[in-house]
Design a protein around this ligand. Structure first.
Ligand code: CA
Length: 222
């Protein structure tokens, strides 16, 4: 069945390009250039994913995201023209599945749409064989027949990220979890722990990319 994408975007050139790319990739598309018509539309139509711009005439993307989430688990990708905005949006825990900063390439948007759809479908039908298993007492992580040892901090990072697959955690949020007393550590410390964690996981499961870095935002588990 064709998956239907709702693009809520008030720049007609942008939405037209996205529609072309998504249609070429086999999606069907509806465009809304105002925020205040979306809830009505959703009452009588189905969307498999919503690409939601932040600044919109009518109702803004933030209000809209909350309203949609209050009644539906439909995947939402938010787009914004300011990279600094992404941090703020993350802090608000709107429940969006991903965030993309403008200007973006339509190709990248299509790739993100596919990734979010794949992930949300996965959540519906988990495949236990493709999951990491954590053995907390021994600080070991198992994947299939293999396992490796992590440091206590790497273990804690992985636990936190795995609690909400797909959710992006900022460095700040990870720092709060790992160093509750905020000792003298810079946020680059988190980067190096995550780097080591990813390197170890890559030796365990080279074909998977479990911990992803989201440019300008933070990290997430997939
Ligand atoms: Ca806009």
């Amino acid at each position: 069945m064709t998956e239907h994408i709702l693009i809520v975007e008030d720049e007609p050139k942008l939405s037209a390009i996205l529609r072309d790319y998504l249609t070429r990739d086999g999606f069907s598309v509806t465009i809304s250039d105002r925020g205040d018509r979306v809830m009505d539309w959703l009452e009588s139509n189905r969307a498999d994913l919503i690409l939601l711009d932040l600044m919109l005439p009518g109702t803004d993307g933030l209000t809209l995201c909350k309203a949609i989430r209050a009644q539906s688990a439909v995947p939402i990708i938010m787009t914004t023209a300011r990279v600094e905005e992404i941090d703020r949006l993350l802090g608000l825990e709107l429940g969006a599945d991903d965030y993309i900063c403008k200007p973006y390439s339509p190709r990248e948007v299509v790739a993100r749409v596919k990734a979010v759809l794949r992930r949300t479908r996965h959540n519906a039908q988990p495949e236990p064989e493709a999951q990491l298993q954590l053995a907390e007492q021994s600080n070991r992580v198992h994947f299939g027949q293999q396992d490796i040892e992590l440091t206590a901090i790497e273990m804690r990072l992985l636990q936190v990220l795995m609690q909400h697959p797909g959710r992006i955690y900022t460095r700040d949020q990870l720092m709060d979890v790992i160093y509750p007393d905020r000792r003298l550590v810079s946020d680059r410390t988190i980067d190096s722990h995550v780097k080591n964690l990813r390197r170890k996981l890559a030796t365990l499961a080279p074909e998977h990319d479990f911990v992803r870095s989201v440019y300008g935002a933070g990290y997430k588990y997939e």
